[in-house]
Design a protein around this ligand. Structure first.
Ligand code: ZN
Length: 567
């Protein structure tokens, strides 16, 4: 039987519902039927809602609050059936709007209700007056662009769906929360709404955590793509001298010619070599890097060109060399000057004929490998000295690229430093506040004989020694503060720093050698002082500056070790 609602006088009489409320203050509980209730102030709920909106965005927040109302509506539909077993369908249904009013959520005025439980027909149009959600819009969120009575709407949908035994959807056709004059809701079976499916999605919980994991994965993959691209773009730098190198690399990459990378140790030759490879047509094929100085001379041929079983003692099985592995791609031969004469001869053959024979083998194998060679010594000098084949030198020197030392591209230092900071933060799972101004200034003045590799070592040390959320001080970077006196930089050359040894020897390998050779600290000190005195033409003040000491401090030590006679 269809019942249509006509405003009745007794609509506001819901004593049977009011009687269900029991305050058991001594137990700390409020009961509504069998549901435990809370008395909460509106302002804290308003603040909570604002926080949810701000952190999840409006669409997610809307779903969140719709579902909050939905659960409450389901509970109340159950209660209504229990409390009014013998009443008319309409009277039972009206318990929902009445409960809404009773709970202080909103005053509900039914405008039109047609329902028939048996046939499953439902149409409802109701007005909401003084919605709590409109009120908090005024205080917390400001006027919304869309209807704002989310919890109330979720409640209406759930209550009516449960009551009717089929999915009924209510929509707010106008809302004071978005500037309309009244809040009016309209409800009908889901099938009668064109966008029911879309709307129903709000009622499905969608845990954000999955999405966050997805995003994190995407971020990781973007990061590695970016790193690959950075590789294609020669590493890091924006100085004029570095840009010039990049332009050279662009030209070199396109062709097939061998490239010879020249520059001090630690300037990033391997990064550049890799850039040449990545920017060439060979980028999908292997890039093999070999440091010729790191392989014992008697093994270098086998290592590079492969070996046949039984070629020499220890060659228990045949294996391919680095050239065969790099077939189709690029091989990077760092410190190529270290190649033995026999290896030089084979390399020349690879370059001229694109073929090689493994050590102890008669078979000729074809290889298609682009060679990028690098050296930090003068190959011309090595040719003159008879250490390097002239014909091989000409072959390798087709496209020489000079990579500037770090001190000649000082403006790139902050970029490089922050790149390494990020790298070591990730590696050591730490987050420092970066270099102190003083530390950065020191870095800018230091001459970096070990170039970028030395900078990398220094930054790593700084990150290790500095706690989270603290600034990396100069003491954390340098064991002994490097000597940086602009007046004397001109003539102290690479050795004007506290670091001893050849350019590029990082502090660590130098100290390693000292320890390995059993040299005492006193001996080290004496050697350093003698060296400084020699460079300073026996001028104690100058030598003291070289060593980062005051004149009296050096004079005292010189006398103590007998280098300088007592006055
Ligand atoms: Zn509203």
């Amino acid at each position: 039987m269809a019942v249509s609602y006509k405003p009745q006088l007794n609509y506001t009489d819901f004593k049977d519902l009011t009687e269900q409320i029991h305050f058991h203050s001594s137990e700390g509980k409020i009961w509504f039927g069998e549901q435990r209730m809370l008395l909460m102030n509106l302002t804290s709920l308003a603040a909570f809602r604002r926080e949810i909106v701000n952190s999840m965005g409006i669409e997610r927040a809307k779903g969140f609050f719709l579902r909050l109302g939905y659960l409450s509506g389901l509970k109340d539909a159950e209660l209504a059936r229990k409390l009014r077993p013998h009443c008319s369908e309409l009277d039972i249904f009206l318990a929902g709007p009445q409960l809404h009013s009773l709970k202080g959520m909103v005053k509900v005025v039914p405008l039109e209700i047609d329902l028939d439980q048996e046939a499953g027909d439902f149409y409802g149009r109701l007005e909401w007056i003084d919605s709590w959600e409109v009120e908090i819009c005024k205080t917390e969120l400001g006027q919304m662009k869309e209807p704002a009575c989310w919890v109330l709407l979720g409640y209406a949908c759930a209550y009516t769906s449960s009551f009717m035994g089929r999915e009924i959807i209510f929509r707010e056709v106008s809302c004071r929360g978005c500037g309309d004059e009244t809040c009016i809701i309209e409800g009908k079976p889901a099938e009668e709404w064109p966008d029911a499916e879309e709307f129903s999605r709000y009622f499905k919980a969608d845990p954000m955590i999955e999405e966050l994991y997805d995003l994190q994965e995407q971020l990781n993959s973007l990061r590695s793509t970016l790193q690959r691209q950075q590789g294609q773009y020669y590493g890091i730098g924006q100085s004029a001298s570095y840009n010039k190198v990049c332009k050279m690399i662009d030209k070199a990459a396109q062709g097939k010619v061998s490239v010879l990378l020249l520059g001090e140790t630690g300037v990033g030759k391997e990064v550049i070599a890799k850039s040449v490879h990545l920017r060439s047509e060979r980028s999908d094929d292997p890039f093999i890097a070999v440091n010729c100085a790191a392989i014992p001379p008697d093994l270098i041929e086998a290592e590079l060109f492969g070996v046949e079983k039984g070629a020499y003692t220890g060659a228990n099985q045949s294996r391919e060399g680095r050239f065969e592995r790099a077939d189709g791609g690029t091989i990077f031969l760092d410190e190529v000057i270290e190649l033995t004469p026999r290896a030089q001869a084979t390399l020349l053959r690879v370059l001229q004929e694109s073929e090689l024979e493994r050590v102890g083998d008669n078979r000729t194998r074809k290889v298609n490998v682009r060679v990028i060679a690098a050296t930090n010594e003068s190959l011309e000098q090595a040719v003159e000295d008879g250490r390097f084949r002239a014909d091989l030198f000409y072959r390798l020197n087709v496209f020489p690229v000079h990579i500037p030392p770090l001190r000649d591209r000082q403006e790139d230092l902050p970029l490089l430093a922050s790149h390494f900071l990020e790298k070591f933060h990730a590696q050591y799972d730490k987050r420092t506040l970066g270099l102190s101004d003083k530390a950065l200034e020191l870095c800018m003045q230091y001459r970096w004989p070990g170039n970028i590799r030395e900078l990398e070592n220094v930054i790593e040390r700084g990150v290790i020694l500095t706690d989270n959320n603290e600034t990396i001080s100069q003491d954390a970077l340098f064991v002994t503060p490097p000597h940086v006196n602009p007046d004397s930089v001109e003539h102290i050359d690479n050795d004007g720093n506290m670091r001893a040894g050849e350019p590029g020897d990082s502090g660590r390998s130098w100290s390693d050698q000292v320890i390995k050779q059993g040299i005492s600290l006193d001996q080290v000190e004496e050697t350093l002082m003698k060296q400084a005195m020699e460079q300073a033409n026996q001028n104690v003040s100058k030598a003291a500056r070289l060593l980062g000491l005051t004149r009296p401090a050096l004079a005292y030590r010189l006398k103590k070790s007998g280098i300088l006679a007592e006055d």
